[in-house]
Structures are given as structure tokens and as C-alpha cells.
Design a binder for this molecule. Structure first.
Ligand code: S3P
Length: 171
């Protein structure tokens, strides 16, 4: 399971990691979009963030029980205590390993410049990212088994670091 802020590379790393491991991948944003039948942006705009967050909790549950070998959890999953409890249960009861893909706010701002699918970054992206990093760092720390610093690393290098974490745990 990969967690981290928007732009940390979760979805891209998850896809490549899954193909390296020969397993399937589940992405909570994709599950939300296919279940609700709208993009994340449209859900935020038409239904509001609370509706999105409720759908996200359902999607996290679905992803955790999907049998997928790799799960990319959207940046905001750690905001909810229910979600954090689900993640911590998956770690203790199941055999889930939660890896936090960490990056400096400058890196995240650069990586999220392209693509207009993230409604929370519509305003002053840099300030929002700094604020999110401040609020969410303790939450990622609460749910992760290990973190990988992704600043200056290519996708393959990040995948390599995650594989080292997995190996260290006997997988
Ligand atoms: C969000 C992260 C996004 C998406 C939504 C809200 C957040 O997912 O769920 O825009 O609150 O951090 P990614 O982290 O996959 O970009």
C-alpha cells in the first residue's frame, strides 16, 4: 500500500511496482470514479468534498479487500480516523505493508503542475501543498511501516527503494 501527498508519485509507482511484482493494482481514486460514475473533480464540484470523502472510505475498504497486490491510496485517505484505523488493521491483522512516499513541497508543486484533475490545488498550489504537508505528515507517520524519500529520484529508483523495503520484510 502506497500513501503520500498529491504528486508523491503513488499511482505511477504503484503501476510499475505491480508490474515488477506480477500482481494487480488498485487505486482508490479510480475506484471512487468508477463507482460514482464521475471524475474526482466533478464529484468535488457537484456534490462537495464530504460526499467525495465518504466515497473514498468505501473505496479504501474495497481496495483493501480486492486482493490487489499493490494499492495506491489517494493523498487524503489519512484525514479520516476511520480510514487510518482501516489501514492500521490491514497492517496488523492482514499482511499489508504501508509505504509513505515522501517529498518536499517544492518537488510536489513541480510534479503537480501538469494535469487539472486535482480540485484542491486550483488556488495557490504552493501554499496548499505546504499546508497539507504540515497537517498530514503526522498522519502518514501514524499509518506507515516505512517511508521512501522520493526527491530527485526517478520512478524506477523509487520502485527500487520500495522493493528493498518489501525484501527487508521477507517478501
Ligand atoms: C486528494 C488527493 C487526490 C484526490 C483528490 C483529493 C487529497 O488523489 O483524491 O483530489 O486530498 O490529497 P491523489 O493523491 O492520487 O492525487
Amino acid at each position: 500500500m502506497l500513501v503520500g501527498l498529491m504528486g508523491s508519485g503513488k499511482s505511477t509507482v504503484a503501476e510499475r511496482l505491480a508490474s515488477r511484482l506480477g500482481v494487480t493494482v488498485a487505486d482508490t481514486d479510480e475506484i471512487v470514479e468508477s463507482r460514482v460514475g464521475k471524475t474526482v473533480r466533478r464529484i468535488f464540484e457537484e456534490d462537495g468534498e464530504a460526499v467525495f470523502r465518504a466515497a473514498e472510505t468505501d473505496a479504501l475498504g474495497a481496495a483493501l479487500s480486492s486482493g490487489a497486490g499493490v494499492v495506491a491510496a489517494a493523498g487524503g485517505v489519512v484525514l479520516s480516523e476511520t480510514n487510518r484505523a482501516m489501514l492500521n488493521r490491514a497492517r496488523t491483522d492482514g499482511d499489508a505493508l504501508v509505504v509513505w512516499l515522501r517529498a518536499d513541497p517544492e518537488t510536489l508543486a513541480r510534479r503537480t503542475k501538469r494535469g487539472a484533475h486535482r480540485p484542491l490545488l486550483d488556488g495557490s498550489r504552493d501554499d496548499v501543498i505546504v499546508q497539507m504537508a504540515r497537517e498530514r505528515t503526522p498522519l502518514y507517520e501514524d499509518v506507515c511501516d516505512a517511508s521512501v524519500d522520493t526527491d530527485g529520484l526517478s520512478v524506477d529508483e523509487v520502485v527500487g527503494s520500495v522493493l528493498v523495503v518489501l525484501d527487508g520484510r521477507g517478501e
